[in-house]
Design a protein around this ligand. Sequence first.
Ligand code: FES
Length: 146
Amino acid sequence: MDRKEFIKTCGFACIGGTAFMALLQSCASTNYFAQTTFEENRILIKKTEFLKTEKEKITERRFVLVRTEKFGYPIGVYKIEENEYSAMLLQCTHKGCELQPQGNFLVCPCHGSEFTNKGVVQNPPAEQNLKTFKTSTDNENIYIYL
Ligand code: FES
């Protein structure tokens, strides 16, 4: 490989790497981990965690994620209606891979199982629904009971 070809190859690799990193960052920004407060047997999330500002416009997230040490997997919290939220462990019931939220569905990257935003299995190979958690709300907060 001559010098000119080497520089050209490095240039393409650099551009490709930059594009890949931009793609990764855009993927990461779609999954938002909410600020939470842990109380004895429940997690508290402010309803405002579902709001985001884009281009000076306030929009609403469909879901947020919650980190937990207790389960080793995140909990996905979906807004179903104004005061109705669902919460489920993002552990696939087939072989335990971590599920990826895609809109109103959760998809398993390992073998393709799909679940609704209430944790109900839609596509095999998983056969069982996800572990779900009871939720309640007041004017400001969402509570997830562990
Ligand atoms: S582990 Fe999720 S489909 Fe197999």
